[in-house]
Design a protein around this ligand. Structure first.
Ligand SMILES: [Zn+2]
Length: 135
């Protein structure tokens, strides 16, 4: 699930070390951009980054019952979460810390991070839990 780290996406995948989700942001368009890219897809401007609130809603999801990876217990929930900051600002993720059959479209969620080693670095994979859930 973890992509190769590049200059464009490194901050997104490692920025969670401080507990916040850092998303590429175009100052010229005043828009966030996901997935991370080298330039703004609208104006070709340089992208900075800003921390978002980490809150959003489940845009769509599927429950995966097939154990593809022995390290990942099934069933688990694969979802697209739309971040609160901007319509169409969406991230592919997992929903955690809840029963898999309790997930619904539109459910409010908040970001958490799962630290995983990747090629000698630690990446902080953003996952989402129901707003108010305890881990
Ligand atoms: Zn732009």
């Amino acid at each position: 699930m973890i992509p190769e780290l590049t200059a464009d996406n490194r901050r997104f995948w490692t920025g969670g070390a401080d507990g916040r989700l850092h998303v590429p942001y175009c100052e010229r368009c005043a828009r966030w951009v996901l997935p991370p890219e080298a330039e703004c897809p609208r104006c070709d401007g340089a992208l900075g980054e800003r921390a978002v609130s980490g809150e959003g809603t489940v845009f769509t999801y599927t429950v995966n019952r097939h154990p593809f990876n022995p390290a990942v217990p099934s069933p688990y929930v694969v979802a697209i979460v739309e971040l609160a900051e901007q319509a169409d600002l969406r991230v592919a993720t997992n929903i955690v810390d809840c029963e898999h059959d309790s997930v619904t479209i539109g459910m409010p969620v908040t970001v958490r991070f799962e630290a995983q080693p990747s090629s000698g670095e630690t990446v902080y994979v953003p996952v989402f839990a129901p707003l108010g859930a305890t881990s």
